[in-house]
Design a protein around this ligand. Structure first.
Ligand code: GLN
Length: 276
């Protein structure tokens, strides 16, 4: 894996969010109810996989129907700032880009890392969040860097960039469909390490006893999340980019992130999983 250190440009959203975790806002923001009255411009259907806290998950009262999380709050703002309403189509992560190409959804917001491979299939917005892969291990683990995973039982989520990273390192692994399943494997001692995105890892470690995060910034390069649209849909892409740039510069994304990273998420079983 290449050692690309390009964290800084976009790092602000994630870094500020992480550093603000301790400052203690307790709940995700209430959003305004102006969407319906201003919905002259129609609906943006966002595809997501609501199995990725704190970015998207299913809960009793979400910001868009039952869907809540950093991405959901961002999607809602993007729609509203363009005089539209946001709707969510929840599906498996692996189906998202196809759904975009088929016109089933207008945009994909799913904590999705911008990669060259994905860029061949879809167009991405400007980055809105900086992340990296990390390892989650049990507290008594001797894993201290990525190469310590050699010979260990490694678990990833299928189709996530974490899977690609472990593949690139050349280690064997087992892939599961959901992040929550990988954590169960770890807490049940059926595996030694889970490789997954940093903010999601923080959430899982906060919510499950006996786990810790091990970082290795030499092994795992910086990633950036973007919103995907169908190739050539520049009209929607421009709207999205304009909204993201505004939310990055006025601090909206930082404060949304901080609120959700700090919130005690009550996650329910998502409907995408029920359909499996
Ligand atoms: N960032 C990772 C990826 O793009 C995981 C995304 C997700 O699970 N929603 O593959």
């Amino acid at each position: 894996m290449k050692l690309v250190k390009k964290m800084a440009a976009l790092g602000l959203a994630a870094v500020m969010a992480l550093s603000m975790v301790a400052c203690g806002s307790s709940k995700p923001a209430e959003t305004t109810e102006s969407a319906a009255e201003e919905n002259a411009g129609g609906t943006i259907i966002f595809g997501t996989n609501a199995e990725f806290p704190p970015f998207e998950y299913v809960t009793g009262t979400g910001v868009i129907g039952e869907f809540d999380g950093i991405d959901m709050a961002i999607a809602k703002q993007i729609a509203e700032s363009n005089g539209k309403t946001a709707a969510i189509n929840n599906m498996e992560f692996d189906s998202l880009l196809l759904a975009l190409q088929n016109g089933q959804v207008d945009a994909v917001i799913a904590g999705m890392t911008i990669t060259d491979e994905r860029k061949e299939a879809v167009d991405f917005s400007v980055p809105y969040y900086a992340a990296t892969q990390v390892m989650i291990v049990r507290e008594d683990s001797d894993i201290q860097k990525a190469s310590d995973m050699q010979g260990k039982k490694i678990v990833v989520v299928q189709g996530y960039t974490g899977e690609t990273c472990v593949q690139d390192l050349g280690y064997e692994y087992e892939a599961f469909k959901k992040g929550s399943e990988t954590i169960l494997e770890l807490t049940n001692k059926k595996c030694d390490v889970v490789v997954i995105d940093s903010a999601t890892a923080e959430k899982y470690v906060a919510d499950n006893e006996g786990l810790k995060i091990v970082e290795d910034t030499d092994a795992f390069e910086a990633e950036e999340y973007g919103i995907a649209v169908k190739k050539g849909n520049t009209e929607l892409l421009n709207e999205i980019n304009e909204s993201i740039n505004k939310m990055l510069s006025d601090g909206t994304i930082s404060s949304i992130s901080a609120q959700y990273l700090d919130a005690d998420i009550e996650e329910e079983e998502g409907s995408a999983s029920d359909a499996e």
